[in-house]
Design a protein around this ligand. Structure first.
Ligand code: FEO
Length: 395
């Protein structure tokens, strides 16, 4: 069922309350998500983005029952990823005449996925699509935010920025606007989304925001492709993105570890205590990465000024959960954060060396070669672990 956004703009997307993982199993969606699609009805009727493929038929049936399917003049595809383009095959089957406005890279990604020989119209930054009644859709390419094909579309007159993934959240809600939802939940999902998806592109985020702000366009709303629409003080999320894009950190230290028989866990706990003893204001977070939600752990890393990563040595390496989170951290290109390694061992003890090498490769500043403990640590070693935590807090 369509929902009114503003004047002649309606939301026609899908709220996915059941979704618990996104990007395969890579991103946890504790609060579901939505695939936001919009219809602009001026003299011309324009569909902006669609929904994820499993909901394609439901989506196009809804357009038909709302009397919109036959009225559509254009499709704008801001991004080719399947959660927004997934209904195109069904839509084009039923309206093969519709032109699709998108970037040159979106032609590649859409053709690459659906192999449809559709009527693509390539647009660049500054190109306009007149929609009638004196209004235009103005296109702004946004490469790598977060795909090469991404773009924003801006509706003049109503001053709505259709930002696609940027400024979104995986957050299912029947309430369409930011001022109608629980603010703590909303911001939790916003920062998780930024930390886990946009961190590697922070330099581009900052440059793109400066470019768009430099255009001096009024912005009444930011209509994202996931979660709520920013209606109340829409620039608050833009300002937050600027903050997050500039090597963001809080006074937080996150300890990520895995443990076989508890020795490395004991080190993690004592390092945590040592941090708080030395720096009571520091917010310490521990994650057993084999058990914690990895995206929540990554969000804590994003907010941290330093991290400690631990694993016992096993087969001259480290446990797979620690290796897995390190791989994810490496890909996210965090900047301006310190790091330390720790772990228990019984025989050869190469774990810290493996962790340090990956952390260095991931761009962290190592405080030293790490803290290790032979077999199960007793009180003297636990005291050293606390002192190690204290030194990390002061590093
Ligand atoms: Fe929401 Fe990049 O797709």
């Amino acid at each position: 069922m369509k929902k009114l956004v503003s004047n002649n703009v309606h939301w026609v997307g899908k709220i996915d309350w059941e979704l618990r993982t996104f990007h395969g199993e890579e991103y946890s969606t504790h609060r579901g998500s939505s695939y936001n699609s919009y219809v602009v009805q001026e003299e011309k009727t324009v569909l902006i983005d669609t929904v994820w493929m499993p909901f394609a038929k439901e989506f196009v049936d809804n357009l038909e029952s709302e009397g919109l399917l036959a009225k559509l003049d254009y499709i704008v595809a801001n991004h080719g990823e399947v959660d927004h383009s997934g209904a195109l095959p069904e839509l084009m089957r039923r309206r093969p005449d519709l032109p699709i406005y998108c970037t040159a890279n979106a032609v590649k990604s859409i053709k690459g996925q659906y192999h449809g020989d559709w009527d693509f119209h390539v647009v660049k930054t500054g190109d306009k699509l007149p929609v009638g009644n004196g209004k235009d859709l103005v296109f702004i390419e946004a490469p790598m935010l977060h795909w090469p094909d991404s773009m924003f579309s801006y509706l003049t007159g109503d001053a709505i920025l259709f930002s696609n993934d940027a400024f979104g959240q995986h957050y299912a809600s029947e309430y369409l606007f930011n001022d109608l939802v629980d603010q703590d939940e909303l911001w939790e999902e916003c920062v998780k989304y930024y930390a886990n998806i946009l961190t590697p592109f922070s330099a581009l985020v900052k440059a793109k925001i400066e470019q768009v702000v430099g255009l001096g366009l009024p912005v009444n709303m930011i209509a994202t492709s996931h979660g709520i629409i920013w209606r109340k003080d829409p620039l608050q999320i833009v300002n937050k993105y600027m903050e997050w894009a500039q090597d963001y950190q809080e006074d937080r230290i996150t300890i990520l570890y895995d443990s076989m028989w508890g020795a490395t866990r004991r080190l993690a706990e004592e390092i945590g205590k040592g941090i708080v003893e030395a720096s009571p204001a520091t917010d310490v977070r521990l994650h057993n990465v084999a058990r914690s939600d990895k995206n929540d752990a990554i969000t804590d890393v994003f907010k941290s000024r330093a991290i400690a990563v631990g694993s016992p040595t096993v087969n001259k390496g480290i446990l797979s959960a620690t290796a897995g989170i390190l791989e994810e951290i490496k890909g996210l290109h965090f900047k301006n954060k310190k790091a330390a390694a720790f772990g228990a061992y019984g025989w050869s003890g190469e774990g810290n060396k493996v962790i340090c090498a990956t952390l260095k490769d991931a761009g962290f500043e190592l405080v030293d070669e790490g803290f290790k403990a032979l077999w199960l640590p007793e009180e003297d070693i636990l005291a050293q672990a606390r002192a190690y935590g204290a030194s990390l807090a002061k590093a």
